[in-house]
Design a protein around this ligand. Structure first.
Ligand SMILES: N[C@H](CCC[C@H](N)C(=O)O)C(=O)O
Length: 257
């Protein structure tokens, strides 16, 4: 039986979107989800996202990585889902929805979606990196050769190595441009490759840079492979609150398989 699929992208982080309000999608078919995300044999995407009904909120988000497994929060995916929900007429310009990491507020104006992310109260600082969870786990470290290093080799070594191993982490490489702007490239767990952008990743980078005193700014611009994102936050005694991920989320196509 044919199914309708949509595709959205946020700064090049791209997703197959499914209107699953009728609960028709087979969530247990990991192979099918991986097929739909396959860039040669399927539609092709970094992940697949279900929009589902919620008893009290505007909708519920269910996120799967390209490997077909359900995963933790996807910031760019959340922004794309808000744009998708507006396209379907589920919301107008504001949304409150449930995702695996809790409740999210969002606003949409044109192509720009602002998504409120989790508060962050634990930022682990090490000699050469920072680790924090912004809805997904993120390892953050500086990389001077950020435009021409082997991110797949370096990123997969960190993602699979000590102390992450099988559960893994996303790996963000950063180069400071100035106090307000940072260049970021991300190796994503569950995609097992570089993605053109990672929403929870740039959120982690912005907070990490503030936490290690690389900046005192609380509105930070992140230049990623697929475009530009912004992250804003308040800091209250080392707790990062009112955290917002801001950037474009665009419709790509609607199709049947
Ligand atoms: N691959 C990530 C989830 C998606 C994160 C990324 N696409 C984002 O925009 O936050 C993980 O398994 O932790």
């Amino acid at each position: 039986m044919q199914q309708t699929f949509y595709k959205y992208q946020g700064t090049g982080n791209d997703f197959v979107m499914v209107d699953n309000r009728q609960q028709a999608f087979n969530k247990r078919d990991t192979k099918n989800i991986a097929f739909l995300c396959d860039r040669r044999f399927g539609i092709g995407a970094d992940g697949l996202i279900l929009l589902e009904n919620h008893d009290t909120l505007d909708f519920k988000m269910v996120y799967y990585n390209a490997d077909g497994n359900e995963s933790t929060m996807c910031g760019n995916g959340g922004r794309c889902l808000v744009a998708f929900a507006k396209h379907l007429g589920v919301i107008e310009d504001k949304a409150v929805f449930e995702a695996i990491d809790g409740l999210h507020h969002a606003e949409i104006e044109g192509d720009i979606v602002k998504l409120q992310m989790l508060d962050v109260d634990v930022v682990e600082k090490f000699d050469n990196h920072v680790f924090l969870n912004t809805g997904s786990p993120h390892h953050v470290q500086f990389e001077d050769a950020i435009e021409y290093f082997d991110i797949k080799e370096k990123g997969s070594k960190i993602r699979n190595g000590e102390p992450y191993f099988t559960e893994g982490t996303n790996v963000n490489f950063v180069k400071k441009v100035n106090d307000e702007v940072f260049r970021v490239r991300t190796y994503e767990r569950g995609v097992e490759d570089e993605t053109l952008s990672c929403g929870t990743g740039v959120t982690a980078v912005a907070i990490a840079m503030h936490a290690i005193n690389e900046t005192t700014e609380t509105l930070i611009k992140l230049n990623v492979q697929g475009g530009k994102l912004k992250v804003s936050f308040d800091v209250d005694n080392g707790v990062y609150k009112n955290v917002w991920l801001i950037g474009p989320a665009k419709f790509v196509f609607k199709g049947e398989i």
